[in-house]
Design a protein around this ligand. Sequence first.
Ligand code: SF4
Ligand code: SF4
Length: 125
Amino acid sequence: MRLRPHHALCIQKFTGHGYDDRFTEHMTEICETLQKFHETQVNIIYGCDELCAVCPHNRAGKCATLEKVEAMDAAVAEALGVEAGDALPWRELAARAREGVFETDRFKKICGSCEWFDLCRTTKI
Ligand code: SF4
Ligand code: SF4
């Protein structure tokens, strides 16, 4: 599964809220798959990924909020010690996101400006 770095955070904090019904349904399927199959291989990419595929903010393969998203991806990649082209099991990526972001003050620094931050901040994983 191809994922951009910051989606390693969003997937773990997902509680069924998305940009529209199609996006939410698709994200629910992805989250359920990864919860069930921890060893799923994740390929890190910078660019539109599996979640972006049906996002209403995906404009011909580019995120409409690209600048913000690229900054988040860069910060998360650094915190998790991954880069584009890396491949690792979801279990490992998720653990790095918990230890490298959620359990540190990086969480607020990276996600503080996101519209979902209050929801994610209070969502237990
Ligand atoms: S605050 Fe935004 S970027 Fe951070 S995990 Fe939640 S949805 Fe993803
Ligand atoms: S297109 Fe942009 S807003 Fe939509 S899921 Fe991808 S990164 Fe997030």
